[in-house]
Write a protein that binds this ligand. Structure first.
Ligand code: HEM
Length: 452
């Protein structure tokens, strides 16, 4: 193609060994990317049993794919086919550019800054409800599993603030259960997509049962909200008509948007909050500083959105968590036409897989990259520099929920810090990296209410 210079003829260095690569990639994709980068550099090709992919671990190359050359790198890879039965084709997965743009425009107002201020009240009240439940656990001396607790918190926030649903109702509990089950089975399949999902293995049967349960709930909500004048995101999607054809979204499209939003909007933030509590446990100096800030600003009362500008260190802690443990740790795109990355030829049809996890550890971009050091983000421009920092992606598909997520996470971290001493007796972190980065095992914590 015209933009390629004649010098760009070489493909990226190859990591041969389909079987060995596949085994390593399936069991530990992050470790596989680390080893591949060490051996072949930050642009490499790797063979798997069913494909040869290009791997990218430098932020500059990732930005090229997502932003500078975004029209040539589309969301049409096997990963999207694999997750389609679960999330369908919603905002985060739609490959068709026009349909994606229409839906993004419809959804955008639900995430506007003005709207977020009202949503902050819902977030704060859900955080406060969680802290009240935790006070009960603390008094009874019961441990909690932070993975489960953070997941429930962020799910409640998203269902209430985006869809106006009652967070303690049976729909939310039913959805959480089905989504967790579907996600677990899908995680198994993503790591080993050799037997098609249509083959009724016990795991695949569990997966389809969970999808049926989840769909029954979502379609039920769609029907219930159809004739109301609710202001939520689902109603915005229902009311929107295509400006050219006047067509409305089908029930299937609505279902896909709801499931996408619930999934993209809760697994990610909950993973980051769990990581934050684990990293604070391992870094008492950072925890002390955060606590001092929170105590001085809030003096024992619950945090609101208006307090957040006075709590910059809490934001910095979360930004550093998102650097070291980016919940959406990787992504994939497919090249439409021949392209060039880092001086190498990327032929049309190639699947490119990039890792934010590795990009965020690049020693050219970060001093002592493995250290947990929230002071890196004292300068606010660092978090906006997409040449080095990409936890929410880049380009047109930049996370629509970025401000939403930062707000809910800051509120949650401030409230938890203010009210509890969280002790994690076994803070070893084993990542489980399928679609999102999560702790592999429960993270059990003891809670003590702080005096005040
Ligand atoms: C810490 C929390 C979060 C992280 C790290 C995160 C990360 C990301 C990333 C990396 C992308 C880009 C995907 C791509 O390029 O294909 C993305 C897209 C998206 N995120 Fe988030 N996200 C978070 C929270 C949320 C929340 C709270 C919501 C909704 C309530 C949300 C909804 C979405 C949606 C709908 C997209 C697709 C956007 C589009 O393609 O137009 N995310 N997110």
């Amino acid at each position: 193609m015209a933009t390629l210079s004649a010098a760009v003829r070489e493909p990226a260095p190859l990591l041969p060994g389909r079987l060995r690569n596949t085994r390593q990639f399936i069991s530990e994709p992050i470790g596989f990317f680390t080893a591949a980068t060490a051996r072949r550099g930050d642009v490499f090709r790797f063979q798997l049993v069913n494909a040869t992919l290009v791997g990218l671990t430098h932020p500059r190359h990732i930005k090229r794919v997502l932003q500078d050359r975004q029209a040539n790198f589309v969301r049409d890879t096997q990963m999207y086919d694999i997750i389609e039965p679960f999330v369908g084709r919603g905002l985060a997965t739609i490959a068709d550019h026009d349909r994606w743009r229409r839906n993004r425009r419809i959804a955008q107002p639900a995430f506007d800054h003005k709207k977020l201020d009202t949503l902050a009240e819902i977030m704060a009240s859900e955080v406060s409800a969680l802290c009240d439940e935790w006070a009960g656990h603390a008094r009874a001396g019961r441990q909690v599993d932070l993975v489960e607790q953070m997941s429930l918190l962020t799910l409640r926030i998203v269902v209430r603030s985006l869809f106006g649903l009652e967070p303690n109702g049976p729909e939310v509990a039913g959805f959480a259960h089905a989504a967790k089950q579907a996600n677990a089975e899908l995680g198994r399949f993503v790591r080993m997509p050799l037997v098609p999902l249509s083959v009724p293995t016990p795991s695949h049967r569990r997966f389809w049962r969970a999808i049926r349960d989840m769909d029954a709930i979502v379609y039920g909500v769609i029907n219930r909200l159809r004739d109301t004048d609710s202001e939520g995101l689902l109603s915005m999607f229902m009311r929107a008509a295509d400006p050219d054809t006047d067509e409305r979204m089908t029930d299937r499209e609505l279902r896909d948007e709801v499931v996408t939003m619930l999934f993209a909007g809760h697994e990610t933030s909950s993973s980051a909050l769990t990581s934050a509590l684990l990293l604070l446990q391992a870094h008492p100096d950072v925890r002390e500083r955060l606590r001092a800030d929170v105590d001085a600003t809030l003096g024992g009362r619950p945090a609101t959105a208006a307090d957040l500008p006075a709590l910059p260190f809490g934001r910095q802690v979360l930004e550093e968590v998102l650097r070291l443990r980016p919940p959406a740790w990787m992504g994939q795109r497919s090249a439409v036409a021949d392209d060039e990355i880092g001086g190498y030829l990327v032929p049309a049809g190639t699947t490119v897989m990039y890792s934010y996890y590795h990009a965020h550890r690049n020693p050219e971009c970060w001093e002592r990259p493995e250290d947990f050091n929230p002071n890196r983000f004292a300068d606010k421009t660092v978090a906006r520099d997409r040449n080095i920092y990409l936890p929410f992606g880049a380009g047109g598909h930049l996370c629509i929920g970025q401000a939403f997520a930062m707000m809910e996470m800051q509120l949650a971290l401030a409230a938890i810090t203010a009210r509890f001493e969280v002790t994690i007796p076994d803070p070893d972190y084993t990542p489980m990296s399928a679609l999102t980065l999560n702790a592999k095992y429960p993270v059990l914590a003891t809670l003590t209410e702080r005096a005040g």
